[in-house]
Design a protein around this ligand. Structure first.
Ligand code: HEC
Length: 125
């Protein structure tokens, strides 16, 4: 009788744990809540990562090159940036491969914070 009770408790507990992880870990979009898009530390980390990995195509300070200019763009949102950076983008014969395997969610969010910080910058003009 006691052992059955313990077994039942165990079943209830594992069900509760799997339910909780389904709710908290499978939220669409971000796997975990990321840094604020205006967090200076996130922006600084994103800038370093951008210069190492993205500047080659998107230009110095996102001014554009082989890839689209990303500065002075008030049409870009954090969600769009997260999706585009992780999944890549194809436009005509130009293609950016997905960065999903290269960065963690947090690293992508930092890149997005940096790009959004250049919203009102337009060096090309
Ligand atoms: C090999 C060149 C290349 C590299 C490196 C590269 N991109 Fe791209 N990127 C492109 C191309 C090509 C496109 C698609 C064409 C376009 O939108 O102009 C693009 C599109 C984008 C877009 C969508 C722009 C829009 O207007 O919809 C974002 C955001 C972006 N890249 C961010 C990044 C970030 C962040 C990195 C670094 C992790 C990066 N890219 C590295 C070539 C590159």
């Amino acid at each position: 009788m006691f052992m059955e009770f313990v077994a039942m408790l165990h079943t209830v507990a594992s069900f509760a744990i799997s339910l909780a992880s389904t709710i908290f870990l499978s939220a669409p979009g971000y796997a975990e809540p990321g840094p604020s898009m205006t967090d200076p530390a996130a922006i600084a980390a994103g800038q370093i990562r951008f210069n190492r990995n993205c500047g080659y195509c998107h230009g110095n300070a996102c001014a554009g090159g082989k890839g689209a200019p990303l500065q002075g763009r008030d049409d870009l949102t954090a969600d769009y940036l997260f999706k585009t950076i992780t999944e890549g983008k194809k436009q005509g014969s130009l293609q950016m491969l997905a960065w999903r395997d290269a960065f963690t969610d947090k690293e992508v969010q930092e890149l997005s914070a940096y790009i959004l910080s250049l919203r009102f910058v337009n060096l090309k003009r």
